[in-house]
Design a protein around this ligand. Structure first.
Ligand code: FE2
Length: 179
């Protein structure tokens, strides 16, 4: 279940409908999907995607999304520090960055510029769509990362990060994940 934090205001929101309202008011789509299937580490991408077809298929059809895959990061992931660094600096994409968390967790940070920076801890069952052009960064944690997420694309090339070089993320380095 997601948790939304506004560090500068010491605000934390864990009620799903309040989170949804907060994000929707800012043009950020958020939803939660349920699934009874428990996956082990050997579950294939196809099996995971099929298990969420009830929600995933209409979502993709309505949004004009063409492809979906599964990304898996854990403590055995090679070159994790380099992978982490790639998304830890503020950046934008030319298409929406859509992630559905099958398991594990990660922190999406948003800098909408007109208000304090906020972040959303995404966990199992949470779907987030970072709008194209929105300044953001992502962190799965310095140690023991665990992310299993479905990525949804119109065109994978749109997911290349374009860095802002603002270094704003450095102001929030000491933030501790809420759980
Ligand atoms: Fe991104």
């Amino acid at each position: 279940m997601a948790i939304l934090s506004i560090p500068e205001k010491s605000i934390q929101i864990s009620n799903p409908s309040e989170i949804k309202n907060f994000l929707n008011q800012r043009g950020i789509f958020f939803d939660q999907w349920s699934c009874d299937v428990v996956f082990d580490d050997t579950a294939s991408s196809e099996k995971i995607i099929k298990a969420y077809a009830k929600d995933l298929t209409p979502f993709m059809e309505n949004g004009g999304y063409e492809t979906a895959d599964v990304i898996s990061i854990n403590s055995l992931t090679e070159n994790y520090d380099a992978i982490r660094a790639k998304f830890l600096s503020e950046h934008i994409h030319t298409e929406d960055e859509i992630r559905f968390f099958v398991d594990g967790q990660g922190l999406f940070w948003f800098n909408l510029e007109t208000e304090p920076v906020f972040n959303l801890l995404c966990q199992r069952g949470d779907l987030i769509s970072v709008p194209a052009g929105s300044k953001h960064w992502f962190d799965a944690g310095e140690t023991n990362p665990f992310v299993k997420a479905i990525r949804i694309f119109i065109d994978m090339s749109g997911w290349v990060p374009h860095y802002t070089d603002s270094k704003i993320e450095e102001q929030f380095q000491d933030f501790k994940m809420p759980v």
